[in-house]
Write a protein that binds this ligand. Sequence first.
Ligand code: MD6
Ligand code: FE
Length: 222
Amino acid sequence: MAQQEFALDPPQHADTVPKWLDTGACVLRGLAIARAVEMIADIRRIARGAPFRRMPTPGGGVMSVAMTCCGAAGWCSDSHGYRYVARDPRTDRPWPPLPDTWRDLATRAATLAGYEGFVPDTCLINGYRPGARMGLHQDRDERLDAPVVSLSFGLPAVFRWGGPRRTDPLRRIPLLHGDVVVWGGPSRLVFHGIAPLRPGAHPVTGPCRYNLTFRRVWQGDE
Ligand code: MD6
Ligand code: FE
């Protein structure tokens, strides 16, 4: 595909009424768009304290997506597997704090999707360059009784949305700058992934897509 230029796209409006993918999972198109510029500046500031890194996979490879985290817990992988840790293993410092404005937006998105009282304690930040992808997976390392709220910024992506089994058929859902996905309840363990990012340049992020996933990892308030 030829390089795409998104500057001339019509402005997206923000949906406050969910579009349901399945029971428990929905898209709120453009809900984060009004905060995009500020949040992308936040991402760059956070990445100065906790740099983006491509993590090893238990299978001996390296992920094509670069990751960092903020909040009480950060998601890490190494040759032993996946887990949440309270300090960044690269710097041995706590992860940068989760900005209040981010937490409030995640709580608002969850509320619009019917998950009242969601207070995330961590945000996993993924950085995709063209060609980067995320294989089919389930998110099961955090609390399963809380939803996950996911924000997309920058280049568009194709979200692969499956079912409770790895072999379930996949739907392809475009995720654009400012889109928010919320899922939990009966959809919490649906297999999902991101198709290889296509080349392009976005006016705010350049040749990059960011995805922020807000989760509740620890019990209570510790
Ligand atoms: C991404 N997102 O959008 C990858 N997981 O780049 C995820 O893997 C994800 O968006 C759980 C809940 C929402 C997500
Ligand atoms: Fe995921």
